[in-house]
Design a binder for this molecule. Structure first.
Ligand SMILES: [Zn+2]
Length: 367
């Protein structure tokens, strides 16, 4: 039997493996956990910073950077929230964090920014020609952006828009207050080449960091440059208001097609999407072509992931085959990820079928 379901949960499984170790807390680093963890703590301008014993200087630097940025976001956006920070060395990171060291990230459930003591061991770093401490400082603004944006009613069902939004926080603050950090906004560093496998926004949306950390960093450099173009010479509040209209939180459970996201971004910042015109394609996944529905469907094999990417102007109806259930409807401009057994069939409302291959595949009417 074919099983069709949202596959969002699978995305998390595609992150790079983090190796064996004592289990970090399953629900992430809350401030409560940090308080009980035995880490040292300090308070910088009201911001609680929990840190490894070896990372006190980094904790002071990044704590101060985050405190100053929060003050600016509050003044510009009227945001009123609190953020706590963890600054961890490799040993504490291994014990407490599921993501590999040293990947800065935001614990959205807890309003905690988790920073490594240094980004020097990030894959690819040697080819970026950026100062490690300044880069790590700049990345704190990106992570804070992940925590502030939901409070502004802004959330997206597309990973790439979510990451762009965090980079808007980075770019706006750097341009306003920290011009010394502007090299982070200059795009892909000249000596750094994308190691692949992905270079399209569709793949970033589908697999997030599943292409590996260097590949993921390449996307972040591209999105930082786009963010810089979007925030330039405009009040940040106006940018965020336009983003909130384009990507309202009510739509965060629906993934949009890349062309639809680009059309909405054009309304936010006319001309800006030319910077990512090379990233709007189909991506790496094999393309499915509809054919006649078979007389007999063999027993389904292992679960595959099929993306329906509706770049056409009409709704796309789909259902398992055979089935008497009504067709589910995928509106134009939206993407859905279906889990189905390899060898099974997905029927389309045109009366044709998609044969599900092993692994991953994509079907896109109109694109
Ligand atoms: Zn991010």
């Amino acid at each position: 039997m074919v099983r069709l379901a949202l596959a969002a949960l699978l995305f998390g499984l595609l992150l790079p493996p983090s190796g064996s170790r004592a289990a970090p807390p399953a629900d992430g680093l809350s401030e409560d956990y940090l308080r009980r963890s035995g880490l040292s703590a300090l308070t910088v301008a009201g911001v609680h910073v929990y840190h490894s014993a070896t990372a006190i200087e980094a904790a002071q630097t990044y704590g101060a950077a985050i405190a100053a940025a929060l003050a600016w976001y509050r003044a510009e956006l009227g945001w009123q929230g609190e953020v706590a920070v963890a600054v961890l060395d490799a040993a504490d990171w291994q014990a407490m964090v599921s993501l590999p060291y040293p990947v800065p990230h935001a614990e959205r459930a807890w309003n905690v920014v988790v920073m490594p003591d240094s980004v020097e061991r990030f894959p690819g770093f040697a080819k970026w020609d950026l100062d490690a401490a300044l880069l790590n400082e700049a990345l704190t603004f990106h992570e804070v952006g992940h925590l502030v944006s939901p409070g502004l009613g802004l959330a997206a069902g597309n990973h790439w828009i979510d990451e762009l939004t965090a980079n808007l926080f980075l770019a706006a603050y750097v341009r306003a207050e920290r011009p010394d950090l502007a090299p982070i906004l200059a795009g892909v560093p000249p000596r750094f080449a994308n190691p692949g496998p992905f270079d399209q926004l569709f793949d970033l949306d589908s697999f997030y960091a599943g292409g590996g950390l260097e590949n993921y960093a390449w996307f972040q450099f591209r999105l930082a440059a786009l963010a810089d173009r979007i925030v330039r010479n405009r009040p940040f509040a106006a940018v965020m208001q336009a983003m909130g209209q384009a990507f309202p939180a009510e739509g965060a459970d629906r993934r949009l097609t890349v062309p639809e996201t680009l059309a909405r971004l054009e309304r936010v910042a006319p001309g800006a999407t030319a910077l990512v015109a090379d990233m709007g394609g189909a991506g790496l996944l094999p393309a499915l072509v509809p054919g006649a529905c078979p007389e007999r469907v063999p027993a389904a094999g292992r679960e595959s992931l099929v993306f329906l990417d509706n770049r056409s102007a009409a709704a796309l109806g789909y259902r398992p085959f055979p089935s008497a259930a009504p067709f589910a409807q995928l509106p134009p401009g939206e993407v859905v990820a279906l889990i189905a057994g390899a060898g099974s069939q997905i029927e389309l409302d045109a009366g044709t079928c998609l044969a599900v291959p092993p692994g991953y595949a994509r079907y896109s009417p109109g694109g």
